[in-house]
Design a binder for this molecule. Sequence first.
Ligand code: C5P
Length: 232
Amino acid sequence: MGKDVIVACDFPSAGETMAFLDRLGAEAPFVKIGMELFYAEGPEIVRSLKRRGCRVFLDLKLHDIPNTVKKAMAVLSGLGADIVNVHAAGTRAMMAAALEGLTRPDGSRPLLIAVTQLTSTDEETMRRELLIPEGLRETVLHYAENARAAGLDGVVCSPLEAEGVHAFCGAGFLTVTPGVRFADGDRGDQKRVTTPAEAKRLGSDYIVVGRPITAAADPAAAYARCCREFLD
Ligand code: C5P
């Protein structure tokens, strides 16, 4: 899989998602389904998007005891998603169990990536609330290394950390990066943000873009701008 823009379809229903995709002007974009849409529509939403030809990142961020995550991943594996994820904070054992659950009898499986620190978390909050005394960058790199050691394919991190993750875990270890905003756009609740062009320069493999496209007056223009800035 090459570099691409993944559109975060944070909508409450399949109807709104399909209507949005009709307006996007792209034949079969790479989309991300998060908790809101998955909890509202269930597994059928993944199948519908796959039928439409979309590649699907199923962003459910599993985090539980290893056995529970393994069994849940075995179920998700059957849905046909291209990428699924867990929280790296669940430990190496949990990540390894996730990988085991995800692997089908024929050895195939979706890509599995781990969330390091959410891009809505800053260093101050991490220290004060989560009692993690290390810096944000060190924490992200350490979590990425745990994910790599557990056999995962990559991590979710900020574009600001993509370069460091590649240097630490290898160029082939995927960096999937939300927290992307246009230079003239609204940050919302995201704290560690960059523009698509900057994410490209920093070596992100995939950028995940939600509101800058979904809330734009002209989503097709915003998507095209993102692709231009990130891919050209
Ligand atoms: O609207 P926005 O561009 O901020 O959307 C970013 C998407 O990426 C959201 O769906 C959010 O849940 C997801 N995400 C994130 N930070 C992470 C992991 C996922 O923002 N670390």
